[in-house]
Design a protein around this ligand. Structure first.
Ligand SMILES: [Zn+2]
Ligand SMILES: [Zn+2]
Length: 494
């Protein structure tokens, strides 16, 4: 442990690890650089937005048989959302990053310079589903993103200023991850840095010193004092949201998209009237699932771009301890969807193989778009957002591949009985079986969770440049569950 006085404000700054190059003063946000015996002020960095994450500085755990402690954190923002990169130090002196995005977690470790030095296409040449070879293994690109560092906390292995930009490509091969990080590419270092990662579940990391639910809910992001209700800056209607969880709120009354991740609520997109909403459940509804209480914090209605009769609703549920969960309501019933934390073994346009099971495509490829959104999300969702989808089926279970310009996401859906959903929400009368018609209309077939999932899972690898740092990847994280409910469009409205 090394203690020093902050060169800017005089407060005590702690360096718990000898491998940390900088520590951020918790009083004035100065980045204090530790070099040799002297301490320098490297400039200020933004304060992190306290969010839903149960992790905090000081949290310890075990990954791959090695004990680690969380020393610091960086928060990044890309066009659609925000995520945390927790800097960890292993007891053997190695460092790593635990990415934390929308309740999904990914550990990444830097590859040594020699292993990482390979020639690579330029960042701009990468697109989702492109093949990328490394170490004799073929990876598939799942995410291509540019992100900015908006805040920092604790110790870090390198100094990075406000506005630091990360340019990363995430690739996967079955359950393995590879991040190709272009953030530190220069004339003198033309090749990107590589990081190897793996999706993890917090419950398997033997974590200690996590924040509890009360603490998470009590730390309301930057808009402190506003409680969980904020007046829409566009129309004045009250916006209810889960403090610390939501960074974007879509006003139910006027459909304006409001950003609440900064010091004040900002209107990102102004609208004057919300579209018609047909879903059975609503933002604020609670469900008791296996003894755990979940609350719907946001909902999105989607429709096929070439068939307005084919529509469905996706609900985002949240529990402080468990994270996020999706329910999907479509014309033929309710579905629970798991966002896969690995790629299928293989796939073509006609079929896909996962865990040795071959799924076949039951209908044509299609595109879907968001027609309505309301509630709180931790990424930006807008009416008109679009993804292209391919679904594959086997014995009633479906695999769905959703692709946007920057990422590709795979999910697995399972139909669940209407009675179960009625039980969860205590709304039996509202949720009626719809698809007794037996007609496999265009509207009842889609299980994809659409881009939503995509965004939720954000495959964002991030990488950081700098000394020996890392990037991290993300998309795989733990599985987020989506459930889709089928509903009969037009008939089951509230
Ligand atoms: Zn200071
Ligand atoms: Zn409004």
């Amino acid at each position: 442990m090394f203690r020093s006085a902050c060169p800017s404000c005089g407060a005590e700054v702690l360096f718990r690890s000898t491998i940390s190059a900088v520590a951020i003063c918790e009083y004035c946000q100065s980045t204090v650089l530790r070099s040799a015996d002297e301490v320098k002020d490297f400039g200020k960095i933004g304060k992190v937005l306290e969010d839903y994450s149960p992790i905090q500085i000081g949290t310890s755990g075990v990954f791959a048989g090695r004990a680690f402690t969380v020393l610091g954190r960086i928060q990044l923002r890309y066009e659609a959302g925000l995520w945390n990169e927790w800097y960890v130090s292993f007891d053997d002196g190695q460092q790593g990053w635990l990415a934390d995005t929308s309740g999904q977690f990914m550990f990444t470790l830097p590859l040594s310079e020699t292993t990482a030095a390979t020639s690579s296409p330029a960042f701009d040449a990468f697109t989702p589903e492109m093949r990328y070879e490394h170490g004799g293994r073929v990876y598939v690109v799942t995410d291509v993103r540019t992100a900015q560092c908006i805040g920092g906390q604790g110790e870090l292995p390198f100094a990075l200023g406000q506005g630091y930009e990360a340019k990363v490509v995430d690739c996967r091969s079955a359950d393995r991850f590879l991040t190709v990080d272009f953030s530190d590419v220069t004339l003198f270092k033309p090749n990107p840095t590589l990081y190897i990662g793996e999706a993890v579940e917090l419950k398997n990391l033997q974590l200690q010193l996590l924040r509890d639910a009360e603490t998470i809910l009590a730390s309301a992001g930057r808009l402190k004092g506003t409680g969980a209700v904020l007046d829409c800056p566009s129309c004045g209607s009250p916006l209810k949201y889960q403090a610390g969880v939501a960074t974007q709120i879509v006003c139910k009354a006027c459909a304006s998209v409001v950003d609440c991740s900064g010091d004040k609520a900002l209107v990102l997109e102004k609208h004057t009237a919300a579209a018609q909403y047909h879903a059975t459940l609503d933002v604020g509804d609670s469900a008791a699932i296996d003894g755990v209480n979940w609350k719907i914090i946001g909902l999105i209605e989607m429709e096929e771009t070439n068939d307005a009769d084919s529509s469905w609703t996706e609900y985002l549920l949240y529990n402080a301890q468990q994270g996020f969960f999706w329910l999907v309501e479509s014309n033929d019933g309710w579905y629970q969807v798991e966002v896969l934390n690995r790629l299928p073994d293989s796939w073509t346009n006609e079929s896909a193989v996962l865990d040795g099971v071959r799924y076949r495509r039951p209908f044509e490829l299609y595109s879907a778009k968001v027609t309505y959104a309301a509630g709180a999300f931790n990424w930006r969702v807008s009416v008109g957002d679009q993804v292209s989808c391919a679904e594959y089926e086997h014995n009633g279970e479906r695999l769905c591949k959703e692709k946007s310009q920057t990422e590709v996401i795979w999910s697995k859906s399972k139909r669940i009985p209407n009675q179960l959903v009625e039980q969860w929400f205590g709304k039996g009368k509202i949720i009626t079986p719809i698809s007794n018609s037996g007609v496999d209309s265009a509207s009842n077939r889609h299980l994809s969770m659409l881009f939503i999932v995509g965004l939720l899972v954000l495959n964002i690898p991030l990488a950081f440049a700098g000394s020996n740092l890392i990037g991290s990847l993300f998309w795989t994280g733990l599985a987020v569950w989506l459930i889709r409910l089928p509903l009969k469009s037009g008939e089951d409205e509230e």
